[in-house]
Write a protein that binds this ligand. Structure first.
Ligand code: A2P
Length: 263
């Protein structure tokens, strides 16, 4: 490796990729090796990417695998002319990505006070951090009921989340940990499906309360939100109208938000 690349890579981990899966024209997931000693909290993100012309081209990606997993998993959108995703989408098994091993983020248990129900609201690839959170034992130790919602334009975009929940149910250890606490509410907005509409509308018109047994309540419920800026702002406004207080790592609260990064 030449000296320039060597310098650019200082502090970075090079990780071999496996299990690449293209879910739709717009989304794919992959797994990669986890560097020895790399610790993170379920729900956090890290900077990952590729070496391009001798320099690391990095973007923030939520780690979709839980903290106990031996591998790392990522779920990504494909942007036609996106500098990183247009290259990442062509990854082949055995090729290597780079990662800056400094995980951060607010979609973590440490940023929430104790509660009875945990709501994880996502749109599109915003489900990625929750793919981690719903496979973490702490989630089920801390909450009696966990509701994951994902809203996408098309039905096929819901496959990653549905497959994930089906794999949890089929896994002996995970299903024992989760029991009957986890519910997935998957909705579409631009293609016909059994459950349609934005989750913001479901909250306002009472469909979410019907589906989960009770309306959102800051006394009993904790909320994590991940999606586009518009989606975050609308969910945040609803939470605040209902009296939820935003939390952070230094001051835990009743709801937390984070942008689904790559776009
Ligand atoms: P819609 O089809 O009604 O715009 P996008 O790909 O634009 O990020 O959208 C992903 C999903 O998020 C779509 O189903 C979209 O619904 C929904 N969405 C977009 N904006 C909001 C919002 N402000 N609140 C809730 N859901 C939203």
């Amino acid at each position: 490796m030449n000296e320039v690349v060597d310098k650019a890579l200082r502090g970075m981990a090079l990780l071999s990729v496996r299990n690449i899966r293209h879910w739709t024209d717009r989304t794919f997931s992959f797994r990669c090796e986890r560097p020895a000693g790399f610790r993170f909290r379920s729900g956090e993100f890290a900077m990952i990417g590729l070496m391009v012309e001798g320099k690391p081209l990095l973007r923030a990606y939520s780690i979709a695998s839980p903290a106990w997993d031996e591998e790392l998993e990522f779920y990504s959108i494909k942007v036609e002319d996106g500098p990183l995703t247009s290259r990442l989408r062509n990854l082949a098994e055995g090729e290597r990505i780079v990662m800056r091993p400094k995980p951060v983020g607010t979609l973590v248990h440490d940023a929430l006070n104790p509660g009875r129900r945990l709501f994880l609201f996502s749109t599109g690839t915003g489900i990625a951090p929750f793919a981690s959170v719903i496979r973490d034992p702490e989630t089920y130790e801390k909450f009696e009921q966990v509701v994951l919602t994902q809203t996408c334009r098309q039905v096929a975009e819901l496959d990653y989340g549905r497959d994930l929940v089906a794999r949890i149910a089929a896994d002996e250890l995970l299903s024992e940990m989760v029991g009957d606490k986890l519910t997935l509410i998957a909705t579409t907005t631009r293609e016909q499906s059994p459950a349609m509409g934005r989750m913001t509308d479901w909250i306002r018109d009472g469909r979410l309360a019907t589906a989960t047994g009770a309306p959102l309540n800051p006394e009993t419920d904790r909320v994590m939100i991940c999606g586009s800026m518009a989606m975050l702002q609308e969910h945040k406004a609803i939470c605040e109208e209902l009296g939820f207080i935003e939390g952070s790592n230094s001051a835990p609260g009743q709801f937390v938000i984070e942008k689904a990064f790559v776009d």
